[in-house]
Design a protein around this ligand. Sequence first.
Ligand SMILES: NC(=O)c1ccc[n+]([C@@H]2O[C@H](COP(=O)([O-])OP(=O)(O)OC[C@H]3O[C@@H](n4cnc5c(N)ncnc54)[C@H](OP(=O)(O)O)[C@@H]3O)[C@@H](O)[C@H]2O)c1
Length: 359
Amino acid sequence: MKKIRAGVIGCTGMVGQRFIQLLENHPWFRLTALAASSRSAGKPYEEAVAGRWYMATPIPEDVKNMPVYDALADMDKIVDAVDFVFCAVNMSGEEIIALEQAYAKKECPVISNNKQHRAFDDVPMVIPELNPEHIQVIETQRRRLGARKGFVAVKSNCSLQSYVPVLHPLLDCGVTKVLACTYQAISGAGKTFATMPEIVDNVIPYIGGEEEKSELEPLKIWGHVENGVIVNAQTPAITTQCFRVPVSDGHMAAVFMSLEKKLSVEEIIRRWEGFQAPEAVRALPSAPKQFIHYFTEPDRPQTKLDRELEGGMAISVGRLRPDTQYDYKFVCVSHNTLRGAAGGGVLLAELLYSQGYID
Ligand SMILES: NC(=O)c1ccc[n+]([C@@H]2O[C@H](COP(=O)([O-])OP(=O)(O)OC[C@H]3O[C@@H](n4cnc5c(N)ncnc54)[C@H](OP(=O)(O)O)[C@@H]3O)[C@@H](O)[C@H]2O)c1
């Protein structure tokens, strides 16, 4: 089988490194271009990440000597070398919109982990198990951009990746109110304990912009397509607090919820364990066999023990019990740079390829 050529923009960063790790031996995609800022451009990859390769596995042999391009100045070379790109960069909002649209207009599809395109109603923000049908708005976006093949599709924020999948199988029972407190890993800020010493023995009760994203983005994921664009859902009402905690990888959420239709604990767990993505999504190479895992042990899920479940692509949940103020409360965990970033991006690219949006 001829493999589809993939590029990684932001290849030296925390998420970019995950993409490189996940693309090693990918059955459908092969890495053919790397890009970052002018600071890294012109260097072989190994040199560009010297002293800052954060993955537990070594840099793939065939990637070590690949040249790093400048994402802006070398755009034409990159577009020639790939069929699509993943994008995870730290730039200003305006620069990211301009960068991603420029690639799309040059007929290069962009799978983005950046937040800037998430609010556009013709840009699909997809968790493939939950809202794969949103990719159809790409046709509207292509008309806006004047592109035939190019487009931007986005991943949602990593903070909500644990609780949105768990609430999803209950939506038909009228989830009215959600309160979520998240306990988020430092890799979510592109950091390690060496580069974020202030987190050791500490909790920081603020992550800029995170609470807004955690409250708004679920409503787009649960929205519907109307006249070629996504119309956000109106409910549930969501309120959040997001904390940075001294954990390398994995975001935990403590969640409270109210339901219109009362369900028993057993019924909720049955819905979680029985939740099935559409067949076309379950068949994708990076899809977990079981999306939601329920733990009966009172002290699970734990970030360190459970973040790698099913290659970091599954969601762990436990401690479901009645609450005195809301109907129920529970705890859930997902891996922020796998399911919440690069892994979710690869799964989205697989969906888009399987549905003919990337070729
Ligand atoms: N970490 C997570 O868990 C996570 C989860 C979801 C979404 N995200 C999002 O993903 C994006 C990247 O996050 P990260 O944690 O990987 O950040 P990071 O580790 O700081 O890496 C940032 C990357 O952006 C590149 N870059 C910076 N300025 C650039 C420019 N002017 N032109 C081209 N490339 C440039 C850097 O290249 P140089 O090395 O050359 O500077 C580096 O490759 C952010 O938008 C973030 O919000 C992250």
